[in-house]
Every structure is written in C-alpha cells, then in structure tokens.
Design a protein around this ligand. Sequence first.
Ligand code: BGC
Length: 478
Amino acid sequence: MSTTDTGDVADGRNSFVYVVAALAALNGLLFGFDTGVISGAMLYIRDTFELTALFGYAIDPSYVEGIVVSGAMVGAIVGAALGGRLADRLGRRRLILVGAVVFFVGSLIMAVAPTVEVLIVGRILDGVGIGFASVVGPLYISEISPPKIRGSLVSLNQLTITSGILIAYLVNYAFASGGEWRWMLGLGMVPAVVLFVGMVFMPESPRWLYEQGREEDAREVLARTRVESRVGDELREIEETVRTESGTLRDLFQPWVRPMLIVGVGLAAFQQVTGINTVIYYAPTILESTGFADTASILATVGIGVVNVAMTVVAILLIDRTGRRPLLLSGLAGMTVMLGVLGVAFYVPGLSGLVGWIATGSLMLYVAFFAIGLGPVFWLLIAEIYPMQVRGTAMGTVTVVNWAANLLVSLTFLRLVDVFGQSGTFWLYGGLSFLALVFCYQLVPETKGRSLEEIEADLRETAFGSETGRPDAVKSDD
Ligand code: BGC
C-alpha cells in the first residue's frame, strides 16, 4: 500500500484503523459460527429432547428440527429490519454493543435450555443479534475506512464469516464424540464478549457523528484514523454531503437512489439463490452421495471451509486493486460453470470414481468462486452505494432480503432435490448464477478508490444527467 497523502497508511497513528476494522469484523464471526455450528449440534439435540411436540401441541419432529435450525434466520430477518433504523438512530458503535449483548444472551439461553421451547427462544434471540451484526458490521467499517483500503477492510467481515464457519466445523468435529451440543452452541458467547469489550474502546463512525451535528468529535476520530493532511478534506466532503441531503425515509425511494436500491436487493437475493448455503449447510450429505464415507465426507467438509477462507483472503488482497466488478463478474462466471459441471456429474448414474472426484472438485471450485466474488463483494457494495443519511435503513432493507432468501433456499433445497434431483437443482442454481452475471454486468457500479461522498455525488450527477444506473454511474478512478 502506498504511503501518500490520500489517507492510507502513512504513520503509526494511522494503523489504528486496522485495529478498529479487525475488531468490528468480529461481527462476522458471530454470524459465521452460528451458520456452521447448528447442523452439527442438531444431531445431538435430537437425543436430548423429545422433538414431537411444541408448547403441548403434537408436531412432526422434522418440523420441530426445522424450527430450531431456521429460528436464527427468522431472528436475523427481524434484527436486520430493526438494525438499519437503529444504526441511524443510536449510532453504529452502540448498535454493535447491543448486538453483542443480544447474541450473548441468546447463546447462554441455548446452552442451558431445559426444554426445546426455551432452546428456540434462544435461537431467535441469537438470530436478532446476528441480524444487527450483519447490517452494522460492514456499515461501521466502511464509514471508518480510508477510501483506498476500504474494500479490504470491509471484506475482513467476510473473512470472519468464513472463519466462523470453519471454526464451527472444527468444533462440531471436536465435540462430536461426546455429543456436547450445549458447549457447541454456548461457545458463541466467547466472540460476543471479545467484540463487546473491544468496541467499548473504539470510536464512533466519523460520518455518523458529523450527521448528528458533532463536528468536533468527527474531526477527532478522523485525526486518529487518517494522516493529518487528509482530515480537513474528508471533513469538508462529509459536510458537503450532509448539507445537500434532506435525510427522510423518502430519500430511499427517490429516483436517484432507486437504481442502487435495485442493485442492493438484486445482489442480496442472488447471493443466496445461487445456492451457497446449500453447500455450507448440507456439504456432508452432498459429499456422501459422491461416494465418500462418513468421516471422509466430514473431512472434505472441513476442506470446503478452508477453501472458503483462503479464497476470501485472495479477494481481500485484490479488491482494492482490481476493483469490485472484475471480482464479482469473474466469480459469477466461475460459479455458473461449476454448477453446470456439478449437474452433469450428478447426472451420471452410480456416481463414483473419477466422476465422484469431478463432482467434489467442482463443488470446491464453486465455493472458491463465491468466496472471491459474490461473498465479499455483496457486503462491501451495500456499505458503499447508499447516501449517507439513509445508509443504515437501506442496508437494513437489503439485508432483510438476503436473510429471507437464505431462509427460502434452506427450506426448499431438500424438496427441490426430491422433485428435480440433484442435477436439476444444481442446474437451477446455475441458471440463476447466469442471470446474476447479466444483472451485475448491466447494473453494478465500480466503487474502487472513491470516497463514499464521491460515490454519492457521482450517483446523483448520473441520475440527474442521464436516465440510467449503469456501471458508469460511478466513474472508475483511473
Ligand atoms: C453469506 C452467507 C454465507 C457465507 C458463506 C456470506 O457472504 O451472506 O449466507 O453463509 O457468505 O461464506
């Protein structure tokens, strides 16, 4: 990274911004850990509780299990819906603190739950914490980052999501022999405590502070996270943006914001309906059908987790150099091809030997292409493309779409496999990946290297100067 006057690392004081971003990125760890741990824990929850009734009403055990697993996603939808507005009202930092507490309490309730009903209450609460975290983590990091390294810093959040998933796979493995599901779920309390304690000492977002009329506080935070000569300029840019905005909810639906609302909602849905979480949740089941034995398929699942983390690191290294669009588009192209290959492999009767290996390899490559593109780029872009005064609300809205699509895919996957077979299901996701590629090619802007205020000014200008929200809505910086 260069050491020029543009706001990237120039002296020791400035490297503080890495500490802030790394700590805030623990928000992703809560989310990733929870995503990965429940499938392992569920195997043993079954042995502890009678899953035949809820609140005295007889219910099919598979529904009870479904409610336990998806309870967190329902909570996350609620958390994301509330989280956006709360981030604008309470401030980013305070909402992170609230989220950590809610998540902690949810995990504690699950760990000690005497009945399945109490367990479900814990899951939902845990989910609300995750919903808050998924909105406010990327939002806070994007607002505190200097433009030139914003992509890498915000994507640290995706790195902790993927690390959380990997840690959860390993925890499942470690606790499996004793079936200690209470420990598995309770361990979520650890990152929640670290996040809470760390954030107590971190500053509020300078942009949010300025918007609240706390100009001096905003200046102070910028002075701690930027080279000195950059502080005045950045403050002036923020001031200019605040002055030209009215800041009502209606702003979200103004003609110049609408194209970005479409981009956000589209990306949120495509990130899920292209099937990533069917692999994250059902990898062992999918792998078993390629001829792996039980333990081998669990190990291969860990392999998938490793690939996911490793390729996210690659994305972090590239994202501020190549820009967002090249990673997004090449990632989606790769996902489309791999889903096509997977469909073909599963089409071959008696999948085994070479074909089994091809299926496993394309599954891993599919995850790799997600991790380099749609995984990190979605969370980054939605933290960049909205005007300051509705940023929280807008991010909350698209994050609700993301969680709702996640829930929909998780609930429908096994049924889709029943109806269309594995091949048909992968081809369906492949078709949707191709649609996502066309959508992103047409509509997603490049935001590399520009300040959040410049991105906003460009969008305004383009919307008022022309009719489209096409990629040139935000100029590239070269
Ligand atoms: C997605 C999650 C997914 C994870 C996998 C995230 O960006 O939002 O739904 O489980 O990536 O790495």
